[in-house]
Design a binder for this molecule. Structure first.
Ligand SMILES: NC(=O)c1ccc[n+]([C@@H]2O[C@H](COP(=O)([O-])OP(=O)(O)OC[C@H]3O[C@@H](n4cnc5c(N)ncnc54)[C@H](O)[C@@H]3O)[C@@H](O)[C@H]2O)c1
Ligand SMILES: [Zn+2]
Length: 342
């Protein structure tokens, strides 16, 4: 798998892949804002357009993609380029990974979240029934091409929400990686600051994934903030106003840091880092109407659990995490109440 920075590298990437037919998967936003930027680098392609948004990351949308691939005679040597955010990257990669038992695909992430997280690591998938990423596969793209030019048209909330994954990577790396996030608001980061954060995140995620591609051990660390984060994201999608993935993860990081400090051995200063970072960047969450019991039920569906217990990744000590920690409902309730009263 090749990772390149800059759209100028597209022609050489395409040459090295040598596909028979090139398809580009877009949604209405990436068709408008991002497709024009790659057109000059890709001489001929067939566009496949789907509707944007998490609510379309489902089986019906996959069927549309597969039907178009069949109608346009996609063969086993075709290439699917996923030009978009995490939804396009996850869904397109899943479609490619099972079409004719797997065709080549390339990710060109156009959101910050997709650049630092969703486009990397080989997890593909779609939502099924009420559950996020319930159906999916592990499959790696031939290449990932990252260019921050796409971020110019990305709405500000999308940028901010993705900074939660960047902060998570910084905490996981320990050392001094979270320093810049505590010095200034993410919204004031320069283009260079953002590019540097992306490169660090990509390098870190790749190193973890390389050591544990199928999440048998070390990779579980990347789920920091996600047990509570995913449950909140699903809850909001089902019962309320949908919440951005990173917003949910930011709340998850906060709640899980509280649990880790109260009931496990997270250093007080480390706990304060997450509190300070959240406070610096995010507004007070409006979670008054959230039913905590329903949220906990959703957490029980988390793929990280074994039997009936809820397990999560928690920060411990300084700059370290422990995976598979069994957490009681009471501890989770306390973490959620802390966040709700924030
Ligand atoms: N596979 C993984 O490892 C992994 C990791 C993290 C998240 N994810 C998944 O990623 C998804 C969330 O990704 P996301 O936050 O990128 O959301 P998204 O893909 O829905 O994109 C957000 C919105 O921005 C629009 N958009 C995309 N690029 C744009 C641009 N350059 N300019 C203007 N608008 C643009 C999209 O059309 C969409 O409306 C979730 O489904 C989550 O489960 C997957
Ligand atoms: Zn995430």
């Amino acid at each position: 798998m090749q990772i390149k920075y800059g759209l100028n590298s597209l022609p050489s990437l395409l040459k090295s892949i040598g596909a028979t037919i090139v398809f580009v998967l877009v949604d209405e936003h990436t068709s408008k804002h991002c497709l024009p930027l790659i057109k000059k680098h890709i001489p001929v392609f067939t566009k496949i357009s789907i509707k944007s948004g998490e609510s379309n990351k489902n089986l019906q949308t996959c069927e549309k993609v597969w039907q178009t691939l069949i109608q346009k005679n996609a063969d086993r040597h075709s290439l699917l380029i996923n030009l978009g955010g995490g939804v396009i990257n996850d869904l397109g990669a899943f479609c490619a990974s099972v079409y004719m038992r797997g065709i080549q695909f390339m990710n060109i992430p156009t959101t910050l979240l997709a650049m630092v997280d969703a486009s990397i690591g080989g997890k593909t998938g779609i939502d099924y029934l009420a559950y996020k990423n319930m159906i999916g596969s592990f499959a790696n793209p031939e290449a990932i091409c990252i260019d921050t030019i796409f971020l110019k048209t990305l709405p500000a909330p999308q940028l901010l929400s993705a900074s939660a994954e960047i902060f998570k990577h910084a905490i996981l790396q320990g050392r001094n990686e979270s320093k810049i996030h505590l010095e200034k608001k993410f919204s004031t980061f320069s283009d260079d600051n953002i590019l540097s954060c992306i490169k660090k995140s990509v390098k870190y995620k790749l190193s973890i994934v390389a050591s544990d591609p199928k999440e048998a051990g070390d990779r579980k660390k990347l789920n920091l903030g996600h047990t509570i984060g995913h449950a909140l994201e699903s809850y909001m999608m089902l019962y309320h106003k949908p919440m951005l993935h990173g917003e949910a993860v930011a709340l998850g990081l906060l709640a899980e840091a509280f649990i880790a400090h109260s009931d496990f051995d997270l250093d007080y200063n480390e706990f304060l880092k997450t509190v300070f970072w959240y406070d610096l960047n995010f507004k007070k969450p409006s979670l008054e109407s959230v039913n905590l019991n329903t949220l906990i039920k959703l957490m029980r569906k988390d793929k990280k659990n074994r039997s009936a217990t809820i397990r999560m990744v928690l920060p411990v000590g300084r700059g370290k995490v422990r995976t598979d920690i069994e957490v009681t409902e009471k501890q989770i309730m306390d973490g959620l109440k802390f966040v709700m009263a924030f």
